[in-house]
Design a protein around this ligand. Structure first.
Ligand code: ADP
Ligand code: MG
Length: 456
């Protein structure tokens, strides 16, 4: 049987394109000796969603903050499109990388529109242009215009998070860095935000690194998922299906959780299943003989199975599946809910009868896909072993000279980082608000930046 079911596998081969971020033996040890990340090798393909997932304290935030250079690696390096991040100016880098944190990290004393326009105003866009762009973004993240002049506290958690995404998108960055963006909202809103993000990504195709401690979120959103374990070690990286089907070790297996076999079926298209025929009648009164007989209506849509013992009566159909659009999970469910163990296939548009397939055939397909995945993993491992070459030394202090480093975009990150970590963030914001127009604002930001650095 030819297996094309594991289509998502392909993305891992597309890692040589433009805009790839590459972690090369990256390590981070904080000044107090805490080892947050160890020898991380990870390729982040462009225009895909890479999710980094792991338990609390395993080094996820540290990893993300090395990408926009809020933190520097202590060993190894990160390159973007082949260029080391260290040779790029921080301010330029951060304009190309939107940053989203939990609860949106919004400035409470600024309106929604002002929050969204944060980066454009740091870039000194004229007011009219800034407002126009902010209003466009407001609608593109699915928020009504009437929210524009509200303050963050007057929004729901989900709305705040959307504003946070809008703000990150304001300067049209190539990369979106998202640190536990959906952790603070309830499960129903989280589901909505997942759909929102996937929809947005279909439109914008950004290179996204999203961090979460929730494996289900990772599996749902990630084109590629990297699992970290405590101590900042990469446990495994792969497509969601690879992680479910071939966990590298007991830690990963435990982390991906129960039902992984069943959940893995959600990543396999049902379109490769070979459909068979079954006896079909339009009029249940005409059903006769042994074996399964499917009853369809005048439009050829299945309505149920004829009951051989009670002429004229029908059994419930169970669920159906559409080979064009559904996954093996839906197909298997269809077989399991069918009186005869036969999944009934229907056309996606009209719901017309298209054929049947047995539970056994579906499971045979699952086995074939598993074998193909295991082979693709071992092939990639061999290829990786062959191409690995020594990594050149990182040059120290290669921040480009020229214009003096600007602090404006640092401000945003520092404020957000501070606000997230301090308990008295309100107080911080109050100080910021007070000092926004004051001449000593720069000094304040510098102090904050220093404080954060000293911490690390
Ligand atoms: P995660 O985001 O996965 O919860 P972090 O990257 O925030 O993990 O932290 C990884 C490890 O580094 C943890 O042990 C944490 O306590 C430690 N850590 C984080 N920030 C600092 C810091 N500024 N100084 C010292 N240790 C830190
Ligand atoms: Mg974190």
């Amino acid at each position: 049987m030819v297996v094309k079911g594991a289509g998502r596998r392909k993305l891992l081969d597309e890692t040589c394109g433009v805009g790839v971020l590459e972690f090369e033996s990256v390590g981070k040890t904080y000044r107090d000796g805490t080892v947050a990340v160890v020898d991380l090798n990870l390729t982040v393909p462009s225009r895909k969603i890479t999710v980094i997932v792991g338990p609390s304290g395993c080094g996820k935030t540290t990893t993300l903050r090395m990408v926009n250079r809020m933190l520097e690696p202590t060993t190894g390096r990160i390159t973007w499109d082949g260029t080391p991040l260290r040779s790029k100016r921080k301010t330029t880098l951060r304009r190309q990388m939107g940053y989203v944190i939990q609860s949106g990290g919004l400035f409470p004393h600024r309106t929604v529109l002002e929050n969204i326009g944060t980066v454009p105003s740091l870039l000194h866009w004229p007011k009219a242009k800034r407002e126009k762009r902010s209003l466009e973004l407001l609608s593109s993240v699915g928020l009504e215009r009437k929210l524009a002049h509200r303050y963050p506290a007057q929004l729901s958690g989900g709305q705040q998070q959307r504003v946070g995404v809008a703000r990150a998108l304001a300067a049209d960055p190539l990369v979106l860095l998202m640190d536990e963006p959906f952790s603070a909202v309830d499960p129903v809103v989280r589901e909505e935000l997942h759909e929102f993000l996937l929809e947005l990504q279909r439109e914008l195709s950004k290179t996204i690194i999203l961090i979460t401690h929730d494996i289900d979120e990772a599996i749902k959103l990630g084109d590629q998922v990297a699992i970290l374990r405590i101590g900042g070690h990469l446990a495994q990286v792969g497509t969601p299906q690879q992680l479910l089907d071939e966990p590298a070790d007991a830690f990963v297996e435990g982390f991906v959780g129960r039902d992984r076999g069943f959940r893995s079926l959600s990543f396999q298209r049902a379109s490769e299943l070979r459909l068979e025929g079954v006896k079909v009648v339009r009029d249940v009164e005409t059903a006769s003989g042994s074996g399964p007989i499917l009853v369809v209506d005048g439009d050829a849509r299945p309505v149920g199975w004829a009951d051989p013992d009670r002429p004229g009566r029908i059994f419930a159909l169970g669920s159906t599946f559409s080979p064009e659009t559904d996954t093996l999970r839906v197909a298997l469910d269809s077989a399991l809910t069918s009186r005869y163990g036969l999944a009934v296939a229907v056309t996606a548009e009209a719901g017309r009868y298209a054929g049947v397939v047995s539970a056994d055939d579906i499971l045979a397909m699952v086995r074939d896909v598993r074998v193909a995945i295991a082979e693709s993993i071992s092939i990639r491992e061999i290829a990786a072993a062959q191409t690995s070459e020594p990594i050149p030394e990182v040059e120290e202090g290669d921040e480009p000279l020229g214009e003096p480093e600007q602090h404006d975009s640092d401000e945003l990150y520092d404020q957000m980082a501070e606000a997230e970590q301090t308990d008295d963030s309100d107080q911080l914001y109050d100080r910021l608000a007070e000092s926004e127009d004051a001449e000593d604002a720069d000094e304040l930001y510098d102090q904050m930046a220093d404080a954060e650095q000293a911490d690390h």
